[in-house]
Design a binder for this molecule. Structure first.
Ligand code: HH2
Length: 259
């Protein structure tokens, strides 16, 4: 899954793609580089980010979703707002990616009505404050319990298919993020799992690299660990580099790379 942020303030590519035209170009390039799905988001969820109105979010993402869908791409929309989700699915998005795990009123119904598969992510708290002092007694069990319940609720509401996501960096410190990846088999044993560690703060915390755009090597290590644990999909900024890494990884496993 390649990332297209149509936002002025995303943590890792802030502003770079902040016009519809530029975002569409970026999406097409990601497809060309080997992305199976392109994830379009109009609200930054980085720690401390300011919320965006539904109108503003729609103005950002709808032209991009619609152009990429018309070009034949599988588009996912990264939003927490049911009105944005509904409009994006009507504009041609196929997958609903919700960092809120479809907990907000209306989200499950929108996905079910559109027959849209969904990504259900775990987050402790809210983006503005989630990194203040995250706490777990046992992070993997608590995340798994949350996701299992979110899957059940989504299924009962009629959502046709789901991927779950432990939400790397969403209300988690470095220890929590590493523990989730170390014990990821707990999740992959029960669910189809998506992992998104691309350029995230944990890599900066380990290495001292403050520029997210220079965190590809660390990203690849975390993502190959996720692949080893059986993750079904990776959410990434650097698609071509991941395709190369995954092809080599697949060859080592003696399996064919498919995307
Ligand atoms: N991470 C981000 C946004 N959406 N969705 C899923 N399912 N999983 C993730 O890990 C995830 C996500 C944050 O990354 P990014 O889009 O690069 O930055 P920003 O939120 O600042 O736009």
């Amino acid at each position: 899954m390649g990332i297209v942020n149509v936002t002025p303030d995303s943590f890792s590519d802030g502003g770079e793609r902040f016009t519809a035209e530029r975002a569409v170009e970026a999406g097409l390039e990601l497809r060309e580089a080997g992305a199976l799905v392109v994830d379009v988001g109009g609200e930054s969820t980085r720690p401390g980010a300011q919320p965006v109105s539904a109108e503003e979010e729609m103005a950002r993402v709808l032209p991009v979703v619609s152009a990429l869908a018309q070009a034949g791409l599988i588009v996912s929309v990264d939003t927490r707002k049911p009105e944005v989700a509904e409009a994006a699915l009507a504009a041609g998005a196929y997958i609903l990616n919700d960092i809120g795990g479809l907990r907000q009123a209306g989200m499950r119904q929108v996905a079910a009505a559109a027959g849209a598969p969904a990504v259900l992510m775990h987050m402790q708290g809210e983006p503005r404050t989630m990194q203040d002092r995250p706490h777990y007694d046992d992070v993997i069990s608590e995340v798994n319990r949350f996701l299992t319940s979110a899957v059940r609720t989504a299924r009962e509401a009629g959502v046709p298919d789901v991927l779950v996501d432990p939400g790397i960096g969403f209300g988690k410190n470095l220890t929590h993020n590493l523990e989730l990846l170390r014990r990821l088999e707990t999740l992959t044993a029960e669910h189809a799992v998506l992992v998104g560690a691309s350029r995230k703060g944990s890599i900066g915390a380990i290495t001292g690299e403050t520029d997210p755009r220079r965190r590809l090597p660390g990203t690849l290590v975390l993502h190959l660990r996720a692949a080893d644990a059986g993750a079904a999909m990776l959410r990434v900024h650097d698609v071509a580099e991941h395709v190369q890494a995954l092809k080599v990884w697949a060859a080592l496993q003696g399996v064919e790379y498919a995307a």
